[in-house]
Design a protein around this ligand. Structure first.
Ligand code: AMP
Length: 202
């Protein structure tokens, strides 16, 4: 973990977690292309699941089309199923999903979750948890396309109300519906230093 973070942060590689499906309608596919273009135009490297499926494939295509680099980390099982994107600059094949998450966490300096399913949510909440515990100091943000993550954020508010999460930790992630502002938020992010453990209530 870095103890003397300079600001704005230096983010050369950014990991994006997102659906291996495309979701309903065009708003999610449009957003994946927009985020990919924004990452590529900034000269950042995309670190992601290495597949051609769903939003993940569209995102990687857009990064590459905009001149950025795409670095995939895919599991052997998914590669064997033919899910591997054919045009990546780098594609690593690892044994299992846990190896893959660890590798992505090493490679990237920041993390974004676009709309997605349980895989996306699991990957994002792991990164948030590691930051909360101080094992990482790498900012994470939700790309809240069309309010997709509002029900999740309501559940986070419920955790706070029920005293399972300090209110300050609501700011432990960046939430944005605009791709450029999301990346700006990650570049300027300052970690929450309030301990996660709450005093016992009366
Ligand atoms: P989900 O949100 O459930 O569609 O799962 C998407 C997340 O799980 C992605 O961020 C990937 O890390 C991983 N994942 C799921 N399906 C695939 C796939 N076919 N190829 C690579 N990664 C996948």
């Amino acid at each position: 973990m870095s103890t003397s973070q300079a600001f704005p942060r230096r983010i050369e590689a950014i990991a994006v977690f997102c659906g291996s499906n495309t979701g309903l309608g065009e708003r999610y596919t449009d957003a994946a292309r927009l985020l990919g273009t924004t990452i590529g135009q900034r000269g950042m490297t995309l670190v992601y699941g290495g597949t051609n499926k769903g939003l993940m494939g569209l995102l990687a295509d857009a990064v590459i089309a905009a001149g950025g680099k795409a670095h995939g980390v895919i599991t052997q099982r998914l590669a064997d199923r033919g899910h591997r994107h054919p045009n990546l600059h780098v594609c690593e094949v690892v044994g299992h999903m846990r190896d893959r998450k660890a590798r992505m966490a090493d490679l990237a300096a920041a993390f974004i979750a676009m709309p997605g399913g349980i895989g996306t949510l699991e990957e994002f909440t792991e990164i948030w948890t590691l930051n909360q515990l101080g094992e990482l100091d790498k900012p994470a943000g939700l790309f809240d396309v069309g309010g997709y993550y509002q029900p999740f954020l309501s559940f986070i508010d419920h955790m706070i109300a029920q005293r399972f999460l300090p209110a300050e930790h609501r700011h432990g992630i960046v939430v944005q519906s605009d791709a450029t502002l999301l990346i700006e938020g990650l570049l300027g992010f300052q970690r929450v230093t309030v301990p996660k453990w709450l005093p016992v209530a009366d």
